[in-house]
Design a protein around this ligand. Sequence first.
Ligand code: ZN
Length: 357
Amino acid sequence: MGRVARGLGRFALVASALAVALPAVTSFAAEPLAKNLFGSMKLPAATAPKSFGFYSKGCFSGGVAIATDGPTWQAMRLSRNRRWGHPAMVKLIEKLSRDATADGWPGLLIGDISQPRGGPMLTGHASHQIGLDADIWLTRMPSKTLSATERENMSAISVIKAKGLTVDENIWTPEHARLLRRAASYPEVERLLVHPGIKKKLCETVTGDRSWLRKVRPFWGHDYHFHVRIGCQPGSTGCKAQAATTAGDGCDKSLAWWFTEEPWRPNQNPDAPKARDLMTMSSLPKACRAVLEAPAPVSEAAVTYHGTGAPVAVAAAPERQLDINDILSNPGLPAAASAFFPTPEFGVPLPRPRPDR
Ligand SMILES: [Zn+2]
């Protein structure tokens, strides 16, 4: 008896606690996380190619896939389903792969581009959300065709010394520099993100025309791959451009900052949720709801880019004819300014000496 009564009393206590907690839980549950919604999309929105929002806070429609294999590239980590980009991005990667091969680099290993409809990802990247970012490995493509398993498990090789901030001279080659120079040469490329040690090496070794170094920006990570970012494409009125890079080659005190202690201090709060772990649909441009609900193409093959330079036919599945172009071209949508969320950028702090180790 006594035990039952105590049990009931405990139940009542728990129930009253629940009653207090419930409203908060309900409102949280009513707002699904955008990363779960976009992360579960298997195919793109079969509508006109348009990017909405910012690189780190947006989505895109009309995505196309880069083929898993081409004459001058192989796509990696196929299980992630991140081979999707704005057609201009995919076209550019294919062009880079051809040009790089002509330069003496034996083909590209392609890392993540975007999810089929962009948006925040379940893991990794803060950006890559609007189909205009791509990661290219700094590892040469092998001459053989990699199996799907090898593409999952093969490790990229860092070009930075295991302990240090400078390139490993046993790994870094002039061909790496040539690949980056080629990538920076295209007018649509606004930035390349690389490890500061790579930028430093380029600053020290590039002769002749150094103007392309302006686009090469130091950033955390990016020691085994580099990141290509192109600008907002024509027709994407809801795409928020990033601030222009500052003039000059960037081989200055802004680079010196990366060789101080400050950028490498341990995260004081490593368990704090990242932006992508908190974003709901209301965090993204309104147009992203329509992107999420838009019809899918009939198949992946129908929207795989074929490298002809011609746009891919965008054929929606017949059973779901829902044309969102009218919605998306509504001038009331989306307010670009509200989608502004810059990727972390440093100002130009004065360099400080690295502590002795
Ligand atoms: Zn990246």
